[in-house]
Design a protein around this ligand. Structure first.
Ligand SMILES: [Zn+2]
Length: 502
């Protein structure tokens, strides 16, 4: 079957004639990659409450959803996964702060992101139990957790205003990089989606939505390759589709048109609770889309705070107050950024300190940290728990990989590619276990030492890197992960500072 993808069309110019009655109208509100961002954040990811660039937070999300629900009885609220990790609330209290607040939003259906597997499966099970949210994922097979086996279903049928709407879930193979990987299998996404589309069609369901945590490129492939899906609500790659917000990753919605002229729309709305996507859809009797209109909406400070959520977050903040003000250590000297800079570049004491803290507790040859993950220095005097989060706000997961000496040089050079003396180069690698020197002009490595010896090009070294870059983030080559570490970088930093103070 020959199908074409019209991803570059100006959707806003696209109109279909509307029929006057007999058609089905539904509205989708959707989020993805919320990453437990209960509070608004600015563009640097720091908590904020006011200002042009201060966006999001569950306080505003709830206000927005309530208003929309009031005016539209045909609304379906969906989340495409990765609710776990990203804020101090989740890091400290796992699902305990997140669940009661997420429950207030009353999502109709959610799917699972890879970060939902970062913790023991009981955390995910508790979240689903406590929030009582219908959860769909067609390409997972839970082997150990009976609750998840029973309660995460491949697809569900929602009844809206007398209409049946099928929602299928699907998640990424990256879920298998978790420590809990032996407890479940991730099956072929496309195969399982096709199975569910057929299954729903056989039950007379003609309106089908795919809730996907596969990332935008895969969603576009599916839109093109699998017919009979009306809308793909996506997540995972944090793309912002919008007709009004700049910069964006494409128009809202993108879509593929099939041979029979039916369309599959693809929508996704940024990340970190800053945006909500909203699309109004009109279907004919056969469940084909007649018209659509929508965009991504920024949750700015014009949207008021919901009182109930405000109270819940207030109580959580009070509860974690003791923890975040906990005294970790007293240090006698500042541990700074690179001299004269307000970020980590070459010769960055705080970068080296973090990498060394990890190396001291793990039996590997080298630790590399991308400079972009380090966001604050440590000031001399008392260090409290909150300061550690300022240094490493993303508190990323760490993994072990293996590289030959030759590959290590290529890896360092991948980090140097965009190096500039004038501005922050997120990919620049901070190294523990050795040192490297490079040519500022050619951005080529001049020398690398490991354990005070020149690097052996043929020897295979064990290396810890943030999972983010192992997966290809910051333009690093993708690497095969052979172990995910239980502790995140903050844990090593904390322990090392404690040891220093003893
Ligand atoms: Zn994800």
């Amino acid at each position: 079957m020959k199908i074409r993808l019209f991803v570059l069309l100006f959707i806003s110019l696209f109109f279909c004639p509307l029929k006057s009655y007999g058609n089905t109208n539904i509205t989708l509100l959707h989020t993805n990659d919320l990453h437990s961002h209960l509070l608004p954040i600015d563009e640097k990811g720091n908590d904020c409450s006011k200002g042009e660039n201060c966006l999001g937070g569950f306080l505003r999300l709830k206000t927005f959803i309530d208003e929309e629900r009031k005016i539209d009885p045909n609304l379906i609220l969906l989340d495409a996964g990765d609710r776990f990790y990203g804020s101090i609330f989740f890091t400290l209290n796992k699902e305990k702060n997140l669940s009661p607040i997420f429950k207030e939003l009353n999502y109709d259906v959610i799917t699972l992101g890879n970060h939902e597997f970062d913790e023991d499966l009981s955390v995910l099970a508790n979240f689903i139990k406590d929030t009582n949210t219908p959860t769909v994922c067609s390409n997972i097979n839970f082997k150990t957790n009976d609750f998840l086996k029973k309660n995460v279903v491949p697809s569900i049928i929602i009844n809206k205003n007398g209409n049946k709407i099928g929602v299928i879930g699907v998640t990424t193979q990256e879920a298998k990089l978790s420590l809990q990987k032996e407890e479940f299998d991730i099956l072929d996404a496309k195969e399982k989606i096709k199975e569910q589309v057929e299954n729903l069609s056989n039950q007379g369901v003609s309106i089908i939505i795919l809730l996907s945590h596969l990332g935008l490129n895969v969603d576009l492939e599916i839109a093109e390759q699998i017919s009979n899906i009306d809308v793909i609500v996506g997540g995972h790659t944090h793309n912002l589709l919008s007709n009004t917000i700049e910069p964006n990753d494409g128009k809202y919605p993108l879509f593929a048109e099939h041979e029979d002229k039916s369309k599959t729309l693809v929508i996704t709305s940024g990340a970190l609770s800053r945006y909500v996507g909203k699309i109004k859809l009109e279907f004919n009797d056969d469940g084909k889309i007649l018209s659509f209109k929508g965009d991504t909406i920024a949750l700015d400070d014009k949207i008021g705070n919901n009182k109930k959520i405000d109270e819940l977050i207030g109580a959580d903040l009070k509860e974690i107050q003791n923890t975040i003000t906990e005294k970790i250590a007293t240090i006698n000297e500042d541990i700074n950024f690179s001299e004269g800079k307000n970020y980590c570049s070459v010769n960055c004491p705080i970068g080296k300190f973090v990498a060394n803290a990890i190396l001291k507790m793990e039996n590997v040859d080298i630790v590399f940290i991308n400079s972009g993950s380090i966001r604050a220095p440590l000031k001399k005097g008392e260090v409290i728990y909150r300061n550690l989060f300022e240094v490493l706000p993303f508190d990323g997961v760490l993994v072990k990989i293996r590289m030959s000496g030759k590959e290590i040089i290529e890896y360092i050079e991948a980090g140097l590619r965009k190096y500039s003396d004038e501005y922050r180069t997120n990919a620049l690698l901070q190294m523990a276990g050795g040192d490297y020197d490079f040519d500022l002009k050619t951005k080529k490595v001049k020398s690398v030492n490991v354990a005070s010896k020149e690097i052996d090009l043929n020897k295979v070294y064990t290396v810890i890197v943030p999972k983010y870059i192992a997966l290809g983030g910051d333009s690093f080559p993708k690497k095969e992960i052979y172990e995910t570490l239980k502790n995140t970088a903050n844990v090593y930093l904390k322990q090392n500072l404690k040891n220093l103070s003893k």
